[in-house]
Design a protein around this ligand. Structure first.
Ligand SMILES: [Zn+2]
Length: 282
């Protein structure tokens, strides 16, 4: 599942490719992707929109558009919110439906002559059009962006002190911090040398500082290497991320810890796998 570094990679590449183009048309091949919206309404919302920006919030990609024509109040800003969830992919280039690529759910035709394909094998992803971020339940309740200047240690310290859930579970709570999922939660706690089972409210100031620093280090490094491709994730050009070989604990059960050589352990927390080193993470 794409987390913040993968979504950020997609956002940066898309911004380079599509800002300034107009969405000339859209074909929806699977209406489940639109949630409660109808195909007819979605097509009319999107057609003839000029793309002015590409943003990211948490794990979502947001295409900011100006809808031209039809309104006396001039161009109206609206956002196409793309939640990739488990197996969603955005692929830029030719129309993949014409090449019989599997799992193509939506194809956007761009004024530059190229296409943006939304593919989704398991169909958990969603595309929404909103006029206000508060109209989207995911965006409305998201916590602060960890790589943005407004992410303050004071604020997360308060969250840690109030909660008794394990620190790894807290890191993955999207209301507390936006964008961290299962892979990076394990990597952040290894980098911070902290046991993932430790209760959030039992962390010392120094330990919270270590987690805070590790969030920045790990996420930024993963962005530099264009994210992690475990199974499904690809960038908009169809290429894998390069961070997989740089993972220190995630998916490395029984392999030697890169620091102390003792075997990496795996445990289950809230139904998800956690990987850690018992010797390095106390
Ligand atoms: Zn170790």
């Amino acid at each position: 599942m794409p987390e913040l570094p993968e979504a950020e990679t997609i956002k940066r590449d898309l911004a380079k490719e599509i800002i300034g183009q107009t969405l000339k048309g859209v074909t929806v091949y699977d209406a489940r992707i639109l949630g409660n919206n109808s195909v007819k309404n979605f097509v009319s919302q999107i057609t003839n929109c000029r793309i002015v920006n590409v943003l990211r919030r948490g794990k979502a990609i947001i295409i900011e558009c100006k809808k031209t024509g039809g309104s006396q109040r001039g161009p109206q800003t609206q956002w196409l919110v793309i939640q990739l969830r488990m197996t969603g992919l955005l692929l830029y280039g030719e129309d993949l439906k014409k090449r019989n690529v599997r799992d193509v759910k939506v194809v956007f035709e761009l004024s530059g002559g190229r296409h943006l394909n939304y593919c989704d094998q398991r169909v958990f992803g969603r595309l929404y059009v909103v006029r206000d971020f508060n109209d989207n339940p995911y965006l409305k309740t998201l916590g602060p962006e960890p790589l943005n200047g407004s992410f303050e240690i004071k604020r997360i310290s308060e969250q840690f002190h109030r909660r008794t859930i394990p620190v790894k579970t807290l890191l993955m709570d999207q209301h507390v911090i936006a964008g961290i999922g299962n892979i990076y939660a394990s990597e952040i706690l290894f980098s911070a040398r902290l046991n993932p089972q430790k209760r959030s409210n039992q962390l010392t100031r120094k330990e919270i500082q270590s987690v805070y620093n590790a969030i920045h280090t790990v996420l930024n490094e993963a962005i530099v290497h264009r994210g992690t491709s475990i199974r499904n994730y690809r960038d908009i050009y169809g290429h894998k991320g390069n961070f997989l070989i740089r993972l220190k604990v995630y998916g490395r059960q029984d392999q030697p810890c890169p620091e102390c050589r003792s075997p990496i352990k795996r445990l289950f927390q809230s139904g998800r796998s956690t990987f850690f080193c018992e010797e390095c993470q106390k």
